[in-house]
Design a protein around this ligand. Sequence first.
Ligand SMILES: [Zn+2]
Ligand SMILES: [Zn+2]
Ligand SMILES: [Zn+2]
Length: 141
Amino acid sequence: MDNKRRIGDLLHAHNLRKTPIRTEMLEMFMDHDFALSANNVITKMMGRYNRVTIYRALNSFEEHGILHRASEDGHGIKYAMCGPHCPDQLHLDKHAHFVCDECHHTYCLEEVKVPNVELSNEFSVRHANYNLSGICKKCKT
Ligand SMILES: [Zn+2]
Ligand SMILES: [Zn+2]
Ligand SMILES: [Zn+2]
C-alpha cells in the first residue's frame, strides 16, 4: 500500500478529517526512520502553515493514537509513528527509544519492551519515558 492510501486509512480509522496539513505531516513522518520534533516539522513546513496550526495537528495526532512521544530532552519532544494498534487517547507503544549522542536522532526500539513498574495508587502514569543513549548505526560508520 502506498503512503497516500495508508494515510487516508489511518485518518479515517481515527476519525480525523483528511486535510492537506495532516496528509503532508504524516508523509513526512513516514519518510523518516527517526522521530521528529515540532521544530523539525515547523522548519520543513514553514511558509505554508503557521506554528499554531502545526502544533495543533501534532497534538491531535498524539491524542488520536497516530503519533507517540519518543523522547523529551533539550531538543524538545520528539514524535514517532504509532504502531497499528493505538486507539484514541491511549498509547500502546510501550517500547524503549534510542537517542544518538552524535546526531541527536531518536529511534523507536520496537523490539525492546519497557519493563513493567509497580507504582502505588497515589500516582497515575501518563507517559513513560524509557530512553537509551549512545551512538546510532549511521554515526558508527
Ligand atoms: Zn501510540
Ligand atoms: Zn547518530
Ligand atoms: Zn516509539
